[in-house]
Structures are given as C-alpha cells and as structure tokens.
Design a protein around this ligand. Structure first.
Ligand SMILES: *Cc1c(COP(=O)(O)O)cnc(C)c1O
Length: 581
C-alpha cells in the first residue's frame, strides 16, 4: 500500500547493474536483469517499500545479427530515455581519478496489482560539465575494458548512494546488493559513518553499523566469475585513502579489490540463489555464513495469454497470490492441452514471421534459449547427430528452437552459435533446427510458453539458479535438465519433467549427452507421441508443484522475512501476505 507522497521511513534500496523493466527499455543482458525486473514487479504487487537503482545504459544491450553461417555481429540499440522515463532534477556526484563526476537520474515506475509503486532510479553521467569520457560511463552494459567497468561500478555503488541521499532516502534505508557490482556503495556508507575522521580511526562499531544496513545476494558459483580489479588501477581511480579504507574492511583479497569479498565483509545477510548454489558458495567462502533464497519469476509477466486466461477461469486468485497455482491440479487436462496448443501456435507463427520456416504444430518442439556461452552447452544435443537422427526416424520427429546472444567479446559463445547452424545442415530436415535472433523479454515470453519441452544442460555446478525453466513451468512446459541450480529442488522425475545425468554436484560431460539421448528415446518421445494425456499430466504437475513455488512473490516474501526485516516488520511497513481479505 502506498503511504502518501513522502517515502516511507523504512525503505529497501535494491541495487542492480541490470534490470529488465520492459521490452522497450534495453537495460539488461540476461538472467540477472530479468530476475531484478521480476523482483521489482513482485515487490510492487506485495506493497514492499522498495526502490531500485541501476544504470541508464544509453546504448542498450546490443542488437544481434546472425548471418547464414550463424556468425554474430552487433549494433547499438536505439532507444530514447526521454520517451520511456522521467528525468529528475536531483544530482549525485562521485570522484573518479580526482575528478568530480556529476550523476543525473531518471525515474521509471513499476506499479503492482494493488497500485503500489516501486520507483526505479536510472543513473546517467551524460551531463553538461562532465568530461568527454566520463559522459560515456553509463552507455554500455558490460562494455569497455576493466578500467571502464571499475568506473561504472563506482557510478552504480557510490553514485547511487549519493543520488539516493539527494532524493531524501537515507535514514531507515536497507541496501540490497544484487550481485557484487554495486559493492562500492558500502564504501560510501563507511565514509558517511567516519564523517570527518581518518580511515585509521575506523572501528568495529563503524563496520557493524554499515553491516546492519546491507544485505547481499551472490549469483556466481565459480571464483573466476567474481568481479575483481588490480590495486594499482584502484589506487589511480579511487586514491590511496580509499584503498586504505577498503583494506581495513576486508575488500582487498590476494592483491585485488574483490567485490564479492567486500560484499561478504560489509553485509549482515548473504544468500545464494538456490539450495545447491548455497552449498557451492559455502565451499568457496567457508568463513561466511551463507543463506539461500531460491530465485523465482513473476508469474503474471511470464504466463502466456492462453494460460493467464485459463488461470483466471479456474484459479482466479492466482494474480494476487501465486500459491493458488497449486490448485491447478483441478484443471481438466483437455484445457491444459488447449491452452498449450494456443501458446504453441503463437511461437510457431513468430518463427515463421522471423525466419520463413514453417514448423509443424504436431511435432515435439524443444526449446533452448539463454546467453550463448560455452558452459551452457547449447550444442550438447548435437554431440552425436546420427544418433539424434536415428531417434527421430525411429520414435518421432523433433524440432528445436534456439535463441540467445553471445557477449560481443565471448568468442566461445559465438563459435557455439555457428556449431548449431552447422548441425542443422547435417540433420537435413530430420530434426528441424531454427535459431532466433535477439532473444529478449518479448521473445522469451512466447518461447518458454510455446515449446513442448524446455532443455537445459549447463556444465555443473555453473548454473547458480537458472530461471527460464521456471517461466516454462508457469506455462506447463516440463524441463529436461541437468540437476543443477533450481532444478535440484524443482525436479520430480517423470512428474515435473526429467533429469539429465546424476545428482552429484560435479557433472560428467560425456555421460550427460548419453543420458540425454536415452531419455529422449525411451521416455520422453514415447510419452509425447504415445500417451498425450499422460504428457499433459506432467505439464499440469509442473504448474501445480513448480509454478506455485518458483515465483518472485514467494521469493520476495522470503527476502522480506529473512533478509530485510528478520526480527519483525517495522511498524511503518505492511506487506500483503495473501489475497484472502
Ligand atoms: C529468463 C531469461 C534469461 C535467463 O534464463 P536462464 O535460464 O537463467 O539462463 C535470459 N534472457 C532472457 C531474455 C530471459 O527472459
């Protein structure tokens, strides 16, 4: 519930390098940004007093072009912040290499089902008076070199804290670091705590005061994925005094500024994004108590029009309270099949519109879309194309729809896309393969809902959570996935979908491909073609068991009660717990 014009005293400030607000605002690259957007949408639905901070990313995350061989090239996205956002008068400042850099701010509003608003502040250094190069700092998401990245993270963390103060958010704010990119905001808070004292006067009470105001979500299951910067660079950019302060508070690790270590030392609550991810993170950081809050997706955003209409008819409470999706067990299987057929028609029409390829609505359609990067192994299903062709001939046809951008500098990811194009050549129509350009929010909405099976086979343990399988589940699409990330919790064999490989945390790549073929051949395709109503039962269970749990409504409630306000809700905070009034 909104409490009027002035911001509530208790406020959660959610910091994220990327946020997927809507299709027309290209300020995200993938899973992290989509999760951030879904978090805000659910926080708005529940009336959580939350505000968000991110960067404007004027050049957007690029437009992807694929030639006939799958070779990717990129161009900037043209979008107009002034058409989508409101420019505010408030300004913040940061100091970079001794220069004062002005940080301007734009506002977007996420409005929940009951009208509660979550404001999002997008930071912008394209300001008159800033130097030429400083003006580009909020242009490119994950662009530029290490030095650019460090300066960007200063704008996000320190500039964000400075802008919030200018906007009147200070006392009573809990800061949520969504991944370590914004960790330097803790430095800003420490400096405020020190006031005019020197870094060597910093004491435990100061550190604890900052810690009490910050929570941290880590998303990365391998040490190589954690952001770090060489000290010489940090010294040049931030100055000796700040490096000394970072050292005192534990942000320097093995001679580098390590954003994860900084975050771990200066927050009072830390969580991984799935049960398995917590175990993996505890292995990496045995000194830190790491909790777990499994990711989710915003159900209303990701349900296809056909399924949304079906839920409105059969479990109408689902919009306000996603737990009601559990009652999908009572939806007749024919209605599940009809809603799915409609979703499938929509994605096949989109495939035709984009590529001119006519896919067959009666054929088992497999979806695979995510960031094109080697560990996701998009081409695992093509490890043995002859075998795949034989299965198609013997048991039933398949068609596979791929999507996903490779980061402009991810050579391995770009090769992966080319290998998929090459496999299509070799399969000669026995298994139809299409690769769709520009896998973004709107395409994802159609794709996760319209295929018959959602395939996911990353190298373990590299998938912290994964969320596209959760979007599929909301639409009754079963997952076929390695047991990593969220699927360790969401998988009930033959009930919500199927596993690839065994339950151990480290995978066996050769066995994964073998298992994939065996299960397609002996279990999944025979069920799909031979027992369509049994297949629809798996679809229905995916909704009832997984749709009802792997949503951001449940997730945000867990953040509220475990991370933001673990003791009790402050008197000025009222969270909607249920739709039952
Ligand atoms: C959901 C989503 C992702 C993340 O999917 P994962 O399964 O976590 O890899 C990436 N990009 C888009 C556009 C999405 O909608």
């Amino acid at each position: 519930m909104t409490t009027g014009a002035t911001p509530a005293r208790s406020t959660v400030a959610y910091f994220s390098m990327e946020i997927c607000l809507e299709q027309a605002i290209p300020t995200y690259s993938g899973g992290l940004g989509v999760l951030a957007g879904d978090t805000l949408r659910s926080a708005a639905d529940l009336g959580v007093p939350l505000i968000a901070v991110t960067l404007l990313h004027r050049k957007g995350y690029f437009v992807q072009h694929l030639d006939a061989y799958g070779q990717q090239s990129e161009s900037p996205v043209h979008w107009k912040p002034e058409a989508e956002l409101e420019r505010l008068d408030a300004r913040g400042t940061v100091t970079i290499e001794g220069r004062a850099v002005q940080v301007a701010v734009w506002k977007y509003e996420v409005t929940g089902v009951r009208g509660h608003v979550v404001p999002v502040f997008l930071l912008d250094t394209m300001v008159d008076g800033n130097g030429e190069w400083d003006r580009t700092l909020t242009d490119c998401l994950y662009g530029g070199d290490e030095h650019y990245r460090l300066c960007q993270e200063i704008v996000l963390g320190m500039g964000g804290a400075s802008v919030l103060q200018a906007l009147g958010y200070d006392n009573g704010v809990i800061y949520h670091l969504n991944e370590g990119h914004s960790a330097l905001l803790t430095l800003q808070l420490l400096e405020r705590q020190l006031d005019s004292r020197q870094h060597f006067e910093l004491n435990d009470a100061d550190l604890e005061a900052v810690r009490q105001r910050c929570v941290f979500t880590t998303h990365t299951p391998v040490p190589a994925g954690h952001d770090k910067f060489p000290l010489t660079m940090v010294r040049t950019v931030l100055g000796d005094e700040r490096v000394a302060l970072l050292r005192v508070c534990g942000g320097i690790h093995e001679g580098m500024l390590n954003m994860t270590h900084l975050s771990l030392h200066l927050t009072r609550f830390v969580n991984g994004v799935a049960m398995r991810h917590r175990e993996v993170s505890r292995g990496m950081f045995p000194q830190s108590p790491i909790n777990s809050i499994t990711n989710g997706v915003h159900a209303v955003t990701w349900a296809s029009p056909a399924f949304a209409a079906l839920y409105d008819k059969r479990v109408p409470e689902w919009r306000r309270d996603n737990l009601y999706l559990r009652y999908s067990v009572s939806i007749p299987l024919e209605e599940i099949r009809d809603a799915h057929a409609e979703s499938k028609r929509a994605i096949l029409a989109e495939v035709f519109r984009r590529t001119g390829t006519k896919l067959d609505p009666s054929v088992m359609t497999i979806g695979f879309a995510r960031r094109a990067t080697p560990y996701k192994r998009a081409d695992l299903i093509f490890s043995d194309v002859d075998r795949l062709a034989t299965i198609a001939r013997k048991i039933g046809k398949m068609q596979i729809i791929f999507g996903g951008k490779a980061h402009p500098r991810d050579g391995g990811g770009k090769e992966l896309i080319k290998r998929i194009f090459a496999a299509d050549e070799r399969l000669q129509g026995l298994v139809e393969v299409v690769y769709l350009e520009n896998y973004e929010m709107a395409l994802a909405q159609q794709l996760v809902a319209g295929v018959d099976l959602w395939l996911n086979n990353p190298m373990k343990p590299l998938e912290a959570s994964g969320t596209s399988g959760m979007k599929a589940a909301i639409n009754g699409v079963p997952s076929f996935s390695v047991l990593d990330g969220w699927w360790v919790e969401g998988h009930v064999e033959g009930v919500t979908g199927w596993s690839i490989g065994g339950p151990e945390a480290e995978g066996d790549p050769s066995r994964d491909a073998l298992d994939l073929y065996i299960k397609l051949e002996r279990v999944i395709l025979p069920l799909f073609y031979g027992l369509p109503f049994a297949y629809a039962e798996v679809m229905r269970s995916a909704i009832a068991l997984n749709g009802s749990f792997f949503n951001t409504q449940r997730m945000v409630r867990q953040y509220v009660h475990n991370a933001y306000f673990p003791e009790h809700l402050p008197s000025d905070v009222r969270i909607e717990e249920t739709a039952l009034l």
